[in-house]
Design a protein around this ligand. Structure first.
Ligand code: UDP
Length: 379
């Protein structure tokens, strides 16, 4: 990482050092372009940022647990250029009325919840008898009930979703739940993707390597001085919120944020797993992360663990998840049209696209953007 030389001109100014910006930067540098990356925070990596916890040696994902998973071998090969990955496969448990079940809903969850011994071939008929036929589910609640029926929905989805999104699942788009499969087997892997794992030393070293050939300015707010920064490069890659670029001229897009409270405990193992969801609304946190379980291969300080309680909250300065109501989508459409007409800038990533992306989507999107930019000879 070099220091920017005063007034040096660049081919690309990249606003944001998260996954989109960093992958784009790597591709641009590899293709002989000069790159300046501006980052508002004091560290690189966006919400993927991880750091070793000082006292314990445990790798903690500062903005919540991030698991890399993809169905696409080319994306997997690409990220493996920048780090070794472990063979970690994510499993999630959920606590409901004092008992622990496995998520996403699978044969184990269903049998434990109903006290049954159903076989895989019996699950469809069992659920079909409990779920109403809803031709076109109009919201998250209808979609979930049409998949698993009212009882499983109330136990494992309604409370968790309401806590996460601070609104009724009836007001949320059905698409949010598409992330969660329902399985008729005992397969309790959270993601279906073939390629899964965690970077052996955490995510931050990946970003250091992606950005190795770029100049970086940390703690620097592009929007506060945009004319100056735009004058420093031929083209801008903007990964911040699209509504912020346009000074919220049509209003603000809806985001939900999270608060993460970290605690160090004098026990070797607090919950026996990396993520425990809390399905009921009488517990105020949505989940507890225990990051040492993400890296069972690492030796860390004994008899100590780090836990991170996650709460959902509204914080316009820390947008995490697009809410995506119909009004939000309409608003985003208007900003998107304006963005398409902006000269000299390309927008990408979660904040600019107002999309609930997995990491592999962002990598794919950034590689595609780089192919388009760099082959067109735009800069
Ligand atoms: N979800 C749920 N119960 C759970 C886990 C997930 O109802 O125990 C639903 C919920 O609507 C949530 C969505 O699935 O918003 C995606 O949840 P996940 O925890 O996978 O999101 P992440 O924050 O990990 O991307």
């Amino acid at each position: 990482m070099g220091l920017p030389m005063t007034n040096r001109q660049y081919d690309y100014l990249i606003v944001g050092s998260g996954l989109f910006g960093s992958v784009f930067a790597q591709q641009a540098v590899e293709n002989g372009r000069s790159v300046l990356v501006l980052e508002k925070r004091t560290h690189i990596g966006g919400n993927c940022y991880s750091a070793e916890h000082e006292d314990t040696g445990i790798i903690v994902h500062r903005y919540g647990t991030h698991i890399f998973h993809t169905p696409n071998k080319a994306i997997w090969d690409y990220v493996n250029r920048f780090s070794a990955f472990t063979r970690y496969r994510h499993r999630v448990l959920t606590k409901h009325r004092g008992r622990v079940y496995s998520m996403p809903i699978n044969l184990g969850t269903i049998n434990a919840f109903y006290g049954l011994d159903l076989k895989p071939g019996e699950v469809d008929a069992f659920l079909a008898a409990r779920r109403p036929r809803i031709e076109r589910p109009a919201n998250l609640e209808e979609k979930a009930i049409s998949l698993v029926g009212e009882e499983l929905y109330r136990a494992f989805i309604a409370g968790y979703t309401e806590k996460q999104w601070a609104r009724s699942p009836r007001e949320l788009p059905a698409s949010i739940i598409n992330r969660l499969p329902v399985r008729t087997s005992y397969d309790d892997s959270y993601f279906d993707d073939t390629w899964q794992g965690l970077p052996a030393e955490g995510y931050t070293p990946i970003f250091e390597r992606l950005l190795a050939g770029a100049d970086i300015e940390l703690g620097c707010d592009f929007l506060a001085d945009r004319d100056y920064w735009r004058s420093r490069a031929r083209r801008v890659i903007y990964t911040g919120p699209v509504d912020a670029w346009f000074d919220y001229c049509h209003g603000r897009l809806g985001w939900r944020s999270v608060r993460l409270d970290t605690e160090v405990l004098p026990v070797g193992d607090f919950q026996g797993t990396s993520v425990m969801n809390y399905a009921d609304t009488d517990v105020s946190w949505t989940r507890i992360h225990e990051p040492k379980h993400l890296h069972p291969e690492r030796s860390v300080r004994e008899n100590t663990t780090v836990i991170v309680r996650e709460y959902s909250q509204v914080d316009d300065d820390a947008p995490y998840y697009p809410i995506g109501t119909a009004a939000d989508q309409e608003l985003f459409g208007r900003y998107q049209e304006m963005a398409a007409r902006e000269a000299g800038v390309r927008m990408g990533g979660r904040l600019a696209q107002y999309r609930y992306f997995d990491m592999h989507h962002v990598v794919a999107q950034a590689l595609k953007a780089a192919r388009e930019e760099l082959s067109a000879g735009a800069a």
